[in-house]
Design a protein around this ligand. Structure first.
Ligand SMILES: Cc1cc2nc3c(=O)[nH]c(=O)nc-3n(C[C@H](O)[C@H](O)[C@H](O)COP(=O)(O)O)c2cc1C
Length: 161
């Protein structure tokens, strides 16, 4: 992680089976750009896990599968982030359906791991297809990610001998 206030390198990596999380990803990208960030966007199958170390911020987008599970295509990303040093700043967003007992369970599973292993900034859950009103929530989500990054850089600089 660069100890300057220069633009962080940010990846937004997502999985979407029927398009809801993909739409939410587009809104998160818009919110990132409004925040002055320049994210790189990857459907998870196009993301090279070996590149993870190149990023200061990784934001994950996930839908939820059977019984609150993380979709299979995101398992490798989950495991790779789990092995990061604690400097990676992260956020997780996702879509789900309240008809299921574990609403957005995959967001919760990512949240718990990211909280333990990274600098988790924020989580965001949206039911099914996002609507225009969710834009404000995306803005708040990305604002939290940016503030967490800035704070973490400040802490690292302050801790330097
Ligand atoms: C077989 C199946 C199981 C699902 N299980 C859950 C679940 O446990 N919890 C939940 O919140 N949503 C569940 N959902 C709903 C999806 O997560 C939801 O529709 C989501 O918006 C799909 O995102 P996508 O369009 O990006 O694929 C399930 C959907 C299907 C088809």
């Amino acid at each position: 992680m660069a100890l300057t206030n220069s633009k962080p390198k940010i990846a937004i990596v997502y999985a979407s089976a029927t398009g809801h999380t993909e739409r939410l990803t587009e809104m998160i990208v818009d919110a990132s750009v409004s925040q002055g960030l320049q994210p790189e966007i990857f459907p998870v199958k196009e993301f090279d896990l070996k590149e993870l170390l190149r990023y200061d911020i990784v934001v994950v987008g996930t839908y939820t599968w059977m019984n609150g599970e993380i979709p299979r295509q995101l398992h490798s990303l989950f495991e790779a982030i789990e092995q990061q040093s604690g400097d990676l700043v992260t956020g997780v967003f996702g879509t789900g359906d309240r008809c299921f007992a574990t609403y957005c369970g995959a967001v919760d599973l990512f949240r718990d791991m990211l909280h333990a292993k990274t600098q988790l900034a924020a989580t965001l859950k949206v039911e099914q297809m996002p609507s225009a009103e969710d834009r404000l929530r995306c803005d708040a989500f990305m604002n939290s990610v940016w503030r967490k990054y800035s704070q973490h850089v400040e802490n690292l600089v302050a801790a330097k001998p």
